[in-house]
Design a protein around this ligand. Sequence first.
Ligand code: PMP
Length: 414
Amino acid sequence: AVLTTERLISIENEHVAHNYHPLPIVFARAEGARVWDPEGREYLDFLSAYSAVNQGHCHPAIIAAAEAQLRKVTLTSRAFHNDQLPHWAAEMKATFGYDSVLPMNTGAEAVETAVKLSRRWGYLRKGVRPDEAVVLHARDSFHGRTLAAISMSTDPTSTDHHGPLAPGFESVPFADPDALRLALHRHKGRVVAFVVEPIQGEAGVIVPPLGYLQRCREACEEHGALLVADEVQTGIGRTGRMLASEHDEVRPHLVVLGKALGGGVYPISAVVGDDDVMGTVVPGVHGSTFGGNPLACAVSLAALRVIKDENLVHRAQVLGELWTSKITPLLTSTSLATATRGRGLLQAIELSGEAMRKAGFDAMSVCTQLKERGVLAKPTRETTIRFAPPLVISDEELCRGADVVVRTIQEFDR
Ligand code: PMP
């Protein structure tokens, strides 16, 4: 028997740890940008599982690749070779242009991998003792939930009561290359890496001025540190470039990828880099039972090809402009929306905290109302709603969703 939305949520609430605050909608089926709940109501997905389904839900080419691989071999571990990893690695090289790739499974794991690689590189290539190595990161960043990843978080909700955190990390303000330069200088060669999101996703889609990453790269080069771009959320076409670093024409020393690398079909993440860093890896120093498994590689190969074949990087840019043209009038027609920002299809609307407090609602109330009207989005931070539809969304679907967003925010403003 098909259980109702209400029943499914109550079972979940009873038996699953409450580590999220989901909107009360159950996905029972999804295709492209559209989602259906158990009662058959249709919605537009404007979150894409935090940018993990850039290729759209259940993309037929990715599903076909998964199905074919499921019947052949799914897991070997790296104790043995498999016949998918080489094809995927070649595609990764052709796509991102780095010497080498290290496959993992989740974003946080790949971030940790990049940190470990940086420290190893610092020791082997620069002679920085691991117990003295410093990894700089930007304030308000999000890099995942493992212990090392939250050691790079400045958000108390993420870190409180999880201590002691991992040592060797220090934060600098985001979008402030001079502060980065000062910190690099102060540590006198002991900084091995600066880890940064080219656009801060969870912080509320914070877009730094053009040229920021370029200046970070220069400062890192001057002080012998690696620039590590966490493109887990911004990568794979999301911002209208394959990598968001490309907006600044920057080639980071290491790039961390995840989410849409698996097209929302299977988890896979990776660190890509050149031989100088990747060559420090030898058998036994790092790994994962599932990293580089044939199912993940087959799925990811298909996911990367969909991005290219359907020209989704360009689509993200065009659709981002369409979104902006539909949403910008909000800024003059209501005082509730105070800013809009983003690149490509990683977008946000900022709502006035004061106006919401006075009127007695919050960003979650707005998202609940959006859901009632068939558009799925979530607040990220108290006053910001993020909009990140699958890149395969049609013009018509994007405009329909944008109209709902505009109308809903205008109505809350009354
Ligand atoms: N880095 C960034 C920039 C992210 O946005 C996220 C997830 N929101 C992560 C890392 C962590 O990825 P995962 O949830 O797959 O561990």
